[in-house]
Design a protein. Structure first.
Length: 113
């Protein structure tokens, strides 16, 4: 689906629903098949870790969990507000004449990326 392509890795997003509502963070990972995103410092869950070579003491660790992509909105880097994302068809300036789809902020009409 096209809505999963509106948010990419390294984007700045704001959570719009749930217990983390209003918080912003950077996208670490996008799972396009399941429609979920992993955001840095948001939706932390406690996980018990077993003893291993890497973690000799074991214990409890806070890690980020996935959020549904419908619960986040992209924050426009130009106007610094959360916004919906549109697409604009743009022709490549090189000789190959490729057609590019560029993400566009619906509020300030500037290109994102």
């Amino acid at each position: 689906m096209i809505k999963f392509k509106k948010i990419k890795k390294e984007d700045n997003v704001e959570v719009i629903s749930g217990k983390e509502k209003g918080k912003t963070g950077k996208v670490i990972q996008v799972d396009r098949k399941k429609g979920r995103v992993l955001i840095e410092g948001i939706n932390l869950v406690r996980k018990t870790m077993r003893k291993s070579k890497n973690n000799p003491n074991g214990g409890i660790k806070d890690i980020e969990a996935f959020l549904d992509i419908s619960n986040v909105m992209l924050v426009c880097p130009k106007c610094n507000k959360r916004t919906r994302v549109g697409f604009k068809i743009k022709k490549d300036s090189s000789k190959s004449q490729k057609v590019l789809r560029v993400r566009v902020c619906k509020k300030c009409k500037n290109e994102i990326d």
